[in-house]
Design a protein around this ligand. Structure first.
Ligand code: ADP
Ligand code: ZN
Ligand code: ZN
Length: 714
């Protein structure tokens, strides 16, 4: 007898063909089973799905239902919890469940036949030969603050927000919690998420050193997009089969199949890279919290500057808080605490000065003492614009509504949005004036300028035969441009750690996470821009970034006592900087939350964006407006719709901040509600109308459209 199955397959987003298809099978298969199914002329990977949850596909002609092609034997069916997680993610982020589910599986699995999978499994079953020798790293005895926090995590259910200063030993808390878990249960698994694994090789090393000697090298696996497809499959299988006890990964790891998952750690939980920017625009942090509740696993979010959402959720339970806030204010091993924050009032500095006089003086002093400095500017390239003073020509990108950035090293103008690159013209393309000049500055120019200013500075104790006056100061730059090649970042970081660099110049890339031991001075040369941004999250991001950057200074207790963070600003009295000076995140958060509450912004409301792309703004906006007007016209008679619409505001369509990229015009429309549930119900209903609008004449010129739930940038 034949059984009917609902099978999820990967179909292009918004394809008319649903992502749940019907097949027949001789064997009865449980939901979660991985199968190969015919689709058109191809054969593809499918996941047997719960018919109810997927929504039965309706009238079927049994004669036309194809048989599945095979079962991926040896891979246990995905758990029910896993299926629920994926169903929820698809529904919440307004995507098809097939798309989200298949994207959550290792890419290589999609292309392997049942026989290839068999061969692959045989190979992984053999114990890995390179049980390489890692020295057993013994755990330090915990500080009082750490002990207290770990005890709280043992006795409470969570979710927890670990609010700990940079260097307060949060990572050690994660390690302890994982260790307690693994010791107590021989099968338990832990998921540890980090924003960008390439930036935190140290974290990976710490986990390996701690656990590989005890549980074997195979017990710790990584999952991130920097891995090759075979590596990812291997990690995925190890997690799915339970051999991996610890999965370290980036946002994609939130979907790892871990049958014995009991603990989820989200380090730097405020980091925007937990939010996906394509496909299903999910937040891995938010899904981690959902998953924890679903699977009864503890969830531990950690940050020195939590997202305002998580901070708000961790207010006292009496006030409605749902997370337990745990606080570690002190840096490990230091009496004298966090770096001294100094604001330099640039209104009193020479006009156009890039480095103020006192900052330069401070840099010289540090170098002379053999300490390292970090100078931080969140803009790469030489200059953001090239400009002609005669006719006002600017280096606009012909394909985008943005300027092309001047990169001096290869004398190019590069668009950071579409990639369009040209050699720098010899003269102004508009009027022929040979005297075109860079406007503003990026890290490349900053590095060059600093080298000029410090050209007379010598490294201490460096007098030798070749350099009778001592070696010149060493300035290095780390940003997306210097680290394009594989391994470049690692070797540049190693040079900093080895003390081969005196001043490190860079973008936010160097502000995050690194445990630089000898940096004692961090300077932000021009942070003011974000104070006046139209994005309501800009101050939150700036504060987080500056706190992070400050956290790079004085991490070595012996040097930490006189660590400093310098801010050059035209707004020295700004409350954001005042809070930063006191390292007072709670005060900053309080003031921001008051403003957000008054303006009805998240976390006091829920938002979604609908974005559309077309050849012209008119077409993109017309599509959005048609879907918007349907809310009050054709949908008006829907049952219970009026009550729902009363709780939701759909704002008019507008061009996006950067309206055109690579000759495609982009428009967006904001949807907002004080109630997250109402917004969800509204979107669920509206989705079919958006699909229908796309098929109407008004949707004809639309290249792409998507919904972004809980968007990070508006
Ligand atoms: P965070 O993650 O909060 O920035 P880390 O866990 O990286 O902090 O700790 C900062 C530094 O202090 C690290 O070098 C770490 O090895 C060290 N450290 C953490 N906890 C302890 C402890 N209990 N005893 C001694 N050193 C510790
Ligand atoms: Zn000109
Ligand atoms: Zn461009």
């Amino acid at each position: 007898m034949m059984h009917w199955l609902c099978v999820l397959v990967q179909t292009p987003a918004h394809a008319s063909l649903g992502s749940v298809l019907s097949y027949q099978s001789a064997a009865m298969l449980v939901p979660g089973t991985l199968v190969r199914v015919p689709l058109g002329r191809r054969e593809t990977l499918g996941v047997v799905w719960d018919a109810d949850a997927a929504g039965a596909t309706g009238e079927l002609d049994p004669g036309k239902i194809k048989q599945i092609a095979g079962i991926l034997e040896g891979i246990a069916p995905l758990s029910q919890h896993w299926q629920q997680l994926l169903s929820f993610a698809a529904q919440y982020y307004q995507r098809s469940v097939g798309e989200v589910t298949l994207a959550a599986l290792p890419p290589q699995l999609r292309d392997m036949s049942a026989a290839q999978v068999q061969r692959r499994l045989k190979r992984t079953a053999a114990p890995s030969a390179c049980d390489h020798e890692t020295l057993l790293a013994t755990a330090p005895s915990l500080t009082a603050e750490q002990t207290q926090v770990v005890a709280q995590i043992q006795v409470h259910a969570g979710p927890f927000l670990l609010f700990g200063a940079t260097g307060s030993g949060k990572t050690e808390v994660y390690l302890q919690c994982v260790q307690t878990l693994l010791e107590g249960d021989p099968q338990a698994q832990a998921l540890v998420m980090v924003p960008e694994i390439n930036l935190t090789p140290q974290l990976e090393r710490r986990f390996r050193e701690r656990f590989a000697p005890r549980y074997g090298a195979a017990s710790v696996v990584s999952l991130h997009s920097g891995m090759t497809h075979p590596q990812r499959l291997q990690s995925w299988l190890a997690a799915h089969q339970g051999a991996a006890r610890i999965v370290l990964g980036t946002r994609m790891a939130v979907f790892a199949s871990m049958p014995r998952l009991q603990l989820i750690v989200v380090d730097e939980e405020h980091d925007p890279s937990y939010k996906s920017g394509e496909g299903a625009r999910y937040s891995a942090r938010d899904l981690a919290v959902y998953r924890g509740r679903l699977e009864n696993a503890k969830v531990l979010l950690g940050s020195a500057t939590p997202s305002l959402e998580s901070w708000h959720h961790s207010r006292p339970a009496e006030d409605g808080g749902r997370y337990l806030r745990l606080h570690m204010p002190s840096r490990v091993g230091q009496v004298d605490q966090l770096p001294l924050v100094r604001r330099v009032d640039m209104n009193h500095q020479p006009r156009n000065a890039v480095f103020s006089v006192p900052l330069l003086e401070a840099l010289r002093e540090r170098i002379a003492r053999g300490e390292q400095c970090m100078v931080f500017l969140n803009r790469r390239g030489y200059a953001p614009v090239l400009h002609c003073g005669d006719c006002d020509w600017k280096s606009v990108c012909p394909h985008c509504s943005a300027f092309r950035v001047f990169h001096k090293i290869d004398r190019t103008l590069r668009c950071h949005h579409c990639g369009f690159t040209e050699r720098v013209p010899r003269a102004c393309p508009a009027c022929g004036n040979p005297d075109i000049a860079p406007l503003g500055r990026g890290t490349e120019r900053l590095e060059e300028h600093l080298a000029e200013l410090l050209c007379d500075v010598r490294r201490p104790h460096s007098v030798n035969a070749q350099c009778p006056e001592g070696e010149p100061v060493r300035i290095a730059r780390i940003d997306a441009d210097t680290t394009r090649l594989k391994g470049a970042l690692e070797s540049q970081l190693a040079a900093v750690h080895a003390g081969d660099v005196d001043v490190l110049v860079g973008t936010q890339m160097i502000a995050k996470g690194h445990d630089f031991r000898r940096i004692t001075l961090v300077a932000a040369v021009n942070p003011d821009g974000a104070l006046f941004s139209s994005d309501f999250r800009a101050p939150e991001r700036l504060f987080g970034l500056l706190m992070q950057a400050a956290g790079r200074a004085g991490r070595d207790a012996t040097l930490g006592a006189n660590a400093e963070m310098w801010l050059q600003t035209f707004q020295p009295a700004h409350p954001l900087y005042a809070a930063l000076k006191r390292h007072d995140y709670p005060a900053f958060a309080k003031q921001q939350l008051i403003e957000r509450a008054q303006a009805g912004l998240p976390p006091f409301s829920a938002q979604a964006l609908v974005r559309a792309e077309a050849k012209s703004q008119e077409v993109a906006q017309a599509f959005l407006e048609a879907a918007r007007s349907a809310v009050t016209s054709e949908m008006a008679h829907w049952e219970d719709w009026a009550a729902l619409v009363a709780q939701v505001t759909v704002y008019p369509a507008i061009p996006m901040g950067i309206a055109r990229i690579a000759n495609i015009e982009r428009a967006q429309m904001l949807v907002e509600s004080p109630s997250r549930t109402a917004l969800q119900q509204f979107l669920n209903g509206w989705q079919s109308v958006l699909h229908a609008t796309r098929r109407r004449p008004v949707g004809k010129g639309i290249i792409r459209w998507a919904v972004d739930v809980d968007p990070l940038a508006i």
